[in-house]
Design a protein around this ligand. Structure first.
Ligand SMILES: [Zn+2]
Length: 185
């Protein structure tokens, strides 16, 4: 296989998000957010609300951070073998993070290894959003689907979970529409 020829991508003007990050929320609320986005007030509001950076920069730090939350809230869940940032994870729909069970044959028995991958963009997002996504992926260790039990577990680990998930959607919308980072690396 030959590599495709390298090319310089043209710089595109701001555009409306191609993904509806707020699908499932009330139409009135969606209109309100679109209005704030158009007026340019959405970004400022998010910056004012979330200003606390985190120092969880490496995969090792991310593993320790996740394990601290797990041992506080999900002590009896199965062991977690790996937690890493993954720059290849595209932030589309629910692929903010992934949780997988990798089966490996060890000796004669099949051993399941749990892994969590967190989208690389969370390295530079404020501390609250990192906690939100780690809580989300940890909750999947107990609850597979995004159902009532799942969100109850998320709220148990982070009482402000719903607001954070909503605001994260706003951040992603803002980033896609403006091409600007609200919190530079
Ligand atoms: Zn999920």
């Amino acid at each position: 296989m030959t590599a495709p020829p390298s090319r310089v991508l043209p710089k595109l003007p701001p555009r409306l998000p191609t993904i509806n990050y707020l699908a499932g929320y009330a139409a009135e609320l969606q209109a309100q957010v679109q209005d704030q986005l158009a007026k340019g007030t959405l970004g400022e509001r998010l910056q004012r609300r979330y200003a606390e950076p985190h120092g969880v920069r490496t995969d090792g730090m991310l593993y320790d951070y996740t394990m601290a939350l797990k041992s506080r809230h999900l002590r009896n869940a199965e062991p977690l073998s790996k937690v890493v940032y993954d720059n290849r994870l595209h932030v589309i729909r629910n692929a903010l993070g992934t949780h997988t069970t990798v089966s490996r044959v060890q000796g004669s028995k099949l051993k399941a290894k749990r892994e969590i991958r967190i989208a690389g963009l969370f390295r530079t997002l404020p501390a609250e959003f990192l906690k939100m996504i780690v809580v989300h992926e940890l909750a999947h260790m107990k609850e597979r689907d995004h159902d009532k039990a799942f969100y109850a577990l998320c709220r148990h680990m982070e009482p402000g979970y719903h607001q954070l998930e909503f605001d994260l959607r706003l951040c992603l919308m803002h980033a896609e529409a403006t091409g600007q980072a609200l919190w530079p690396a």
